[in-house]
Design a protein around this ligand. Sequence first.
Ligand code: HEM
Length: 562
Amino acid sequence: MDVRTEDGNPRNKCALQPGHSLMDWIRLGNSGKDLSGVGGKLRPVAPRELAAHSTEGDAWLAIRGRVYNVTHYLAYHPGGTEELMRGAGMDATELFDKVHPWVNYDSLLAKCLVGPLRVDRPDAEELFGSNDSTPRADRLREPSKAQELVRKSMENLANCITPVRKKITARSEESVKSINASRIIQSLVQSSDLPVTISRRAAASPVKDPTDKPPAPLRFDWIQTSQRLTLSVYTGPLANPGGCAQLCDGVLSVDVVTDGWLRTLRLDPEKPLVEPLQFKVYAESGKIEVTAHKEEAGVWRGCGEAEAGAATRTAGPRTLRCAVSARARVSHDTVLLSLRPLAVAVAVPLGYHIRLHFTQEDGSECVRSYTPVGEGWGGELGALRLAVKRYEAGALSPRLAALEQNDSITVSSPYGNFQLQRLKNARKVYLVAAGTGITPMLGLIKFLLSKSNPRCELIHLLFFNKKEEDILFSDKFDEITKEDDRFITTHVLSEASSAWKGLTGRINSALISQCFGKDSLTCTESCGHFAAVCGPTEFTQTALELFSHADMSENCVHAFMG
Ligand code: HEM
């Protein structure tokens, strides 16, 4: 469906009244007017109190655990009052994420913050929540026409980013691209930590439609030792599942998400189980192993009573608290943080990212995306391991990089649109990354070179950085190159020292041809090619265009948004 209007606007933005532009809103925020209505004194808000503020004259909503008074913002909201009111009086995170996850609400509404939303520990449904039948869920489940349009236009945006196959000649295509880019930048006003990169990630992730046919309830079996019980849950080859497990009132609950569908398995165990839990995914087979400890050692006759629920569609990602369990240096400006969710075991699908939420001194919330690096790159097993680069002027990264063991932080459940199935026939893999854009590649490299995946013949990583000391995980790459001759790394530096003997410069077609071979990228029906790109937006776009000029098929290329 083409959602472009006659003026070429593919989106559903409302005409704002004069004096209600973004600049006017920023001006109002700086005028000293009390936009929060609580005099800037933050206080926790109970859901019931939030629900009482649901009229145009008094509208509050919550996003990612923060309650904002949006009464004054209504007239400035580019999507219109009516749309914004759909989120009034409730936790509007899901709705917000469905429409425009790239919008930097935390900056825009910084002066409207009332306080944290008072919630209990998230349960499994909150983490990977399914739709229920409450009126609130109905509001979320049935997107308005406007939301449908926005969703479609976000797909356009994702298409703009991912497959820049042909030379863009049609005017309309050009306008879609420029409109979206300028919107993204506009909506990121006041954001300083890698803004465009992150908005790209956010914009591209949650728009994928779940497949229409619900998958069958989860199949599982179990094994035991005298100390532990392990459930093996099967999702199918390359299903790329994510999920979490937790013990609630003695019941072991396993939530599994694949392709936008949530399936839950609940086990009332024969005898009590205790934490810690482990949640391990085998990417090739799609098998998940959830391990819990027996409270009392011994051999059980059975595992207990299990119930596998029917599949429901997933709601938007939620948040959970994690504690820093380890930190290690990766380079002069990057640390590897291992984060352990409290009382829950979590797995992030390959190629997906999570968001870190950090409350700033003024009470506003800063959100940044990171792709966990997966196993084999350092950090603590079973934890979410994030390579955090410190940007001196960044709003969040200096504080993240300074986190110490046992500090806690809020993390979202995963976002992403990477389909592991795309690697099914991949024999020759070309990875192009810049800086911290290496992180989504790491999981792919391990997966492609794993023993369970004999198909891959070649992985060539072309890794762009400024200086030699900026290259992340370079020792690990050296190790892999020594162990496995299918893996080649070529480093390219833009600010190399005189001692550097490798390639220099920025991404360009000569470098791509020199490294990957002049004609080797041309795709045929059975080429077995796969290319992935990750880096700042311009870098990603250039790489995609170069692949396109080299006649790579769009089906063989994936851009990680960030
Ligand atoms: C939660 C309920 C909300 C709904 C249903 C909603 C809906 C919409 C819609 C339909 C649009 C038009 C999209 C387009 O075509 O550009 C829009 C745009 C926009 N909304 Fe919201 N909105 C919500 C909350 C918010 C909040 C809390 C903010 C925070 C500041 C916000 C900021 C914006 C901005 C900046 C745009 C322009 C986006 C762009 O140009 O990329 N919205 N919204």
